[in-house]
Design a protein around this ligand. Structure first.
Ligand code: SIN
Ligand code: MN
Length: 223
């Protein structure tokens, strides 16, 4: 268990079936660390408010709301999926990735380069996310490091082909998940939220943070 501001020796992930690169850390952040992270995220939202992303081509609204921090942020709209340095609605640069999140990457990522984007997804009680791969990055050797806050969700993950068998497990507030190596390109999604399962977010709902490395090693993005 990780407490706010304190670096521990990396805890052991629980085994999850996969292609060897899926690591689940149940209860990775204790309640204090979760609360500290929510406070930091409030500052992020003050600069980069949640917006409703649209699906490529159709522009159909997704059920999650999104924001980002870091020199790059992932967005989607009629023009497609991409990383860009500015918020699509305000036009402002994304705020920096908070140190508490960099520390999680450093502790769990097992990767030499720093994250460049942190996608923030907010799920209300009815939101979900269809099965997809995270493949808009240039560097698939870098992991995706995910942290969940608030209500529990039912997370689904399969293999690197859409037709591969999937399995499901719950992600609860404070859990961390790493997709790396053979599971870096695993299809994954969120089937449902279990409302009322956490008191962390006063209005309910779930926040998921995914830290990503976007460019190839050695190519840095100026903030
Ligand atoms: C994502 O794949 O972008 C989010 C996954 C999650 O909400 O756990
Ligand atoms: Mn994803």
């Amino acid at each position: 268990m990780k407490t706010a501001g304190k670096m521990a020796v990396e805890m052991e992930p629980v085994a999850v079936a996969g292609a060897g690169g899926l690591r689940l850390y149940p209860g990775y952040l204790d309640r204090g660390a979760q609360m500290a992270l929510v406070a930091v995220l409030r500052q992020v939202f003050a600069v980069a408010p949640l917006f409703t992303p649209g699906m490529p081509k159709s522009g159909r609204p997704m059920s999650v709301r999104m924001s980002n921090c870091g020199p790059l942020g992932w967005i989607t709209d009629e023009a497609g999926y991409r990383y860009q340095p500015h918020h699509p609605v305000t036009g402002r640069l994304w705020p920096p990735i908070p140190q508490a999140l960099i520390a999680i990457w450093n502790e769990l990522g097992r990767y030499a380069y720093q994250p460049q984007a942190c996608l923030i997804n907010f799920y209300d009680a009815a939101a979900k996310m269809g099965l997809h791969q995270d493949r808009d990055e240039e560097d698939f050797n870098a992991p995706v490091v995910s942290v969940s806050l608030g209500d529990t969700c039912l997370f689904r993950i399969g293999g690197s082909k859409r037709s591969d068998a999937t399995r499901s497990f719950r992600l609860s507030s404070g859990d961390a998940l790493v997709l790396a190596d053979g599971d870096r390109l695993a299809f994954h999604g969120v089937d449902r939220i279990y409302p009322g399962t956490s008191t962390l977010l006063p209005g309910g709902g779930r926040i998921n943070l995914t830290l990503r490395r976007v460019t190839r090693p050695g190519i840095e993005v100026q903030a």
